[in-house]
Ligand binder design. Sequence first.
Ligand SMILES: [Zn+2]
Length: 113
Amino acid sequence: MHEVGIMQSVLEIAEAQARTSGALRIREVKMRVGRMTGVVSEALDHAFAVLREGTMAAGARLDVEFVPGAFWCMTCAAEFESDDLIGGCPTCHEPSFDMRRGRELDVVSLEVD
Ligand SMILES: [Zn+2]
């Protein structure tokens, strides 16, 4: 369960950003998470609910956008979406290891007071 470690980093980043902008509290944290990270939405929500206590984000909402995995097919010179670790091109069925999206773990934006 690495969601706890992820959420610790996210809250550190969020607090640092909020302080820089002179905010007193964080109302919402927006994240973008790739499906290929293996991060489980419920575990992330739970980690957030526990770890936000005593931080500027106590009582904040967590909004997570999950990004599907995407691979590049050299044969077709085209991108395709797949949530398998080795993407199989739906057009030519060649496997691709060239992952272009799906490993994101970003804090996209904050809503602060
Ligand atoms: Zn292909």
